[in-house]
Design a protein around this ligand. Structure first.
Ligand code: F6P
Length: 328
């Protein structure tokens, strides 16, 4: 293998830069020319790239975001867009493409397999941690830290004002962030896909009201609800409205949003990204259509289809722990 390309694609995740650095340095030791295309698949369409030398990546491990920029790329849903990406890769005689991203980015890789015969390797990076075949994705640990610190601050105000707070966290359609952050912040209630029957929100609302009222009678001063985004009808404002209309419970809403995607990656994410990046280059020498992961401390190469199509549920142990923690 002589020429390798990298993109970072989809939602940026803290640790992407550490993965880029590891890949570039590993290519350097193997005498492989490394192309960094900008803005995810868009850069491959527009032929927008930079050759990545060790000098370019020296001071980047500690930074969030991605030096290669990122983007979503709807054109990857059409053959025309995928062919355009393939033609850029062929023109530059690229032997392997490493995609650092989440499930949408990996679906782009699968589409590319039909039009390009080079090697395709995925490195899982998303704050959502919603990919199978790896215990953790790059960025998840940092997002959990960031959201935990933010809610600790919110807790001070919640205590001071004896207030109910509804804090929405990211995760798209998975509850990994909600459950981990909810447990880490001793939230009185975690509302996520895994523990809320989406066909019976009224039931959830009634049990929540009962829990808040019992706690208020027992003089516990604050009540924090960690709510997974995209779960509740009309979001946190919808829940706030229901609590007031059904039980005259006042609450404050805080949507943590993109604060969870940014910031300096935690040491855990930097190290994971570095390990996965190095392994991705080794995999690109022999394999294709695989995602690099780390399962029970061991680096793995799994079929990209399995990694994206299998659901990774929130750890059952977290559910069990949470069930033992209610004050009511
Ligand atoms: O996948 C990462 C993520 O931050 C999700 O948690 C969130 O639902 C989504 O991306 C937001 O996407 P966008 O950056 O396109 O608004």
């Amino acid at each position: 293998m002589k020429r390798l390309a990298i993109i970072t694609s989809g939602g940026d995740a803290p640790g992407m830069n550490a993965a880029i650095r590891a890949i570039v340095l590993s290519c350097h030791t193997k005498d492989i020319l490394c192309f960094g295309f900008y803005h995810g698949y868009n850069g491959l369409m527009e032929d927008e790239y930079q050759l990545l030398s060790p000098e370019v990546v020296r001071p980047i491990t500690q930074y969030g975001g991605t030096i290669l920029k990122s983007a979503r790329c709807p054109q990857m849903h059409d053959d025309a867009g995928v062919k355009q990406v393939a033609s850029t890769l062929k023109r530059h005689k690229i032997d392997a493409l490493i995609v650092i991203g989440g499930d949408g980015s990996f679906r782009g890789m699968m589409a590319l397999q039909a039009f390009w015969s080079g090697r395709l390797i995925g490195v899982p990076a998303t704050i959502d941690n919603d990919l199978a075949c790896t215990d953790s994705t790059i960025g998840f640990a940092t997002a959990v830290n960031t959201a935990t610190q933010a809610i600790d601050k919110i807790r001070d105000t919640a205590n001071a004002f004896e207030r109910v707070f509804i804090v929405e966290v990211m995760g798209r359609h998975s509850g990994h962030i909600a459950f981990n952050v909810g447990l880490a912040t001793a939230a009185e209630r975690i509302l996520s896909f895994e523990n809320c029957p989406t066909d019976d929100f009224k039931h959830v609302e009634h049990s929540l009201i009962a829990q808040i009222q019992t706690q208020q009678q027992n003089n516990h001063s604050s009540f924090v609800i960690v709510l997974a985004e995209n779960l509740w009808p009309e979001g946190p404002q919808g829940l706030k409205k229901s609590l007031f209309e059904s039980a005259k419970i006042e609450s404050a809403v805080c949507v943590l949003g993109y604060i969870q995607r940014g910031g300096s990656p935690s040491p855990e994410d930097r190290i994971l990204a570095t390990e996965l990046g190095i392994e991705a280059v080794s995999a690109a020498l022999t394999d294709s259509g695989v995602m690099i992961g780390k399962v029970n401390g061991v680096l793995t190469r799994s079929c990209i289809i399995r990694a994206t199509e299998q659901n990774k549920p929130v750890d059952q142990a977290l559910h069990s722990v949470y069930k033992h923690l209610t004050y009511t």
